[in-house]
Structures are given as structure tokens and as C-alpha cells.
Design a protein around this ligand. Sequence first.
Ligand code: 2P0
Length: 330
Amino acid sequence: MYKGKARAHTNIALIKYWGKANKEFILPMNNSLSLTLDAFYTETTVTFSEDLTKDTFYLDAVLQDERGTKKVSQFLDLVRSLARKDLFATVESQNFVPTAAGLASSASGLAALAGACNAALNLNLSEQDLSRLARRGSGSACRSIYGGFVEWEKGHDDATSFAKVIPSNQWEDDLAMIFILINDQQKDVSSRDGMERTVATSVFYDGWLKTSPLDLQTAKEAIAEKDFEKLGVVTETNGLKMHGTTLGATPPFTYWSADSLKAMNRVREIRQLGIPCYFTMDAGPNVKVLCQKKDAAEILAQLETTFSKDQLTCAYSGPGLEYLETDVKA
Ligand code: 2P0
């Protein structure tokens, strides 16, 4: 029996990953830049054993059906071929997110699974190789191997596409991200399907591709200069641009709900009061507000006039992949 356990935190992109150049290897169309956060994470234990006849996956102690296990099992196939071991596995994952947040994240999930497999099978992967492996499970997972500000370099093949830390002199410790959790009854378009449809059909995708390298450069300059407004403006601009591409797709779609717009407007109003804060959104209706730690309490108080307390979570910069003790050692 080979057993390993790891914890990975989720990350939110300030410059988004939106579109694949290669689906099999999950190579992105553009570089992305994220902040790893402390508030949301996944802990995963993997146990490979000769006694198992198939892979099983428990998420928050609930056994997943074949459909729910597919992504995990496909990832385990990659690990099995890397380790040259033909063993099935049991995967037990726990997502630590606020109740009913709907924020289950493939980024923290697949990064934790990659770490757990590395530990279980003594693969001794470098962080760079772990990032490459996590990427094969879910693109954004390659960024969750690291803490703080992280850039995923798109590269041009499996060997050259991985994430790395952006030097920041710990500036991320001065920042915060407030999550406005918006419950939404609409049927989801998964990020995987959404980006595929956008690349294939959106009349606005070209504009996204042409301008995201400059957004990335601006964000990296802002981090080097510790210029919060510059980072905030480019974060908001880049996120809006990503969401713009979905409206130009065939058929068109949006991740925004009425409450998402309400949240975005509140952020603009708070900004007009002279408190710097900027929003971003991912493949769902929740709105995330980038701000400076010193302003977080005031921004939360302002948001509480519109949203209930249990819709608001304040996160700070979080760490990279961590290995945890298992009860049984291999
Ligand atoms: C990001 N998103 O950069 C972007 C912004 C969502 C919007 O990465 O298909 O779950 O597994 O590579 O990583 C979410 O997409 O997609 C994502 P796959 P993933 O965070």
C-alpha cells in the first residue's frame, strides 16, 4: 500500500487563463497570473493498493459516481504511467470552503491530488514538475503549487508549460481578497466548456488574445512597483474582457447574474468613496474584490449594507502545496 496526503489552497487569477492551445496537455493560449489564498483549500489522501479493483473517489466523505470520478481517474492514469505502477487508488478529498459557497475548486483539488500522489509513490518531483503534473489535471491547478503571486507560463509543450512564483518582496501580505458569494439557480457552463466554446466561436476572442500579454506585463510591473491602483485597474480590466468574450460566442452565454452586477456596482461605489478596491470574476456568479489589507474592514462594512454577512468572506495570501502526515506509512 502506498499512501500520501497533501493540502493545496485555491488561487484566483488577476490575469485570466481563458482558452487552450492544446486540450490533451492543457497548454493555455496565454500566460496567466494569480494570487493563492488562505481561506479556501483542499486536503486529499490517496492510497494506491494491490487490493483495489478500480479507482474510487470520496469528496467530502461522499462516494462519487463514475462521472464524478472520471477526472480523478484520468489524472491517476497519468501518475500510474509516470510511476510505472499499475495500481488502482482510493482518493479522499475534503474541500474547506464556507458552507454553501459553491466554491469547490478544481485548482486546489487537482494540486492537492498531485501532491498526494507525489508523496504516496515517492516520485520526488520538483515543484516545477509538480506544477506540470497538476496542470494535466486542471490548468489553474498548476498555479496552486505555489503561494503568493504566481505566473503560469504558457510554454509551447508539456515540458515548458508550468507556473512559478513572481518575486514580490512579500507585497501579497499587504493585500486581501473579499469574496461576495452569490447564489445562483442558473445552469452552469463549466469553465472547460465555456473556454472551449469561446476559443472556437467568439468574435471577441482575438481581442482577448492580442491584449492579454500587455495586461500581464502591466500586472507584473504593478507588483514590482507595489502599485495597488495599477494592479487593481488591470485586474478589473482583464476580468471584464474575459467575460466579454463569452457574449461574442455562439451560442452566447454569461456567468453573470443580476446579483453579480449589483456587487460590481457596489465595488465601483466604494471606490468612489475614495477606498481603492477592484473586482474580478471567474466561471460563475461570485464576485471577488481585490483590496489592501488595511482597507478590508471598511470595505466589508460597506458591503454588509448590501449583502448578508454570511455571503462575505475575507481571504489573504495563502501558502503553496503542503504535505501532511497520514496515519499509515507506506
Ligand atoms: C483562471 N479559470 O485563470 C480562469 C479564469 C476560470 C476563469 O482556470 O479545463 O478548471 O481544467 O484547465 O483550470 C478555471 O478553469 O479549467 C480557470 P481546465 P480550469 O483561473
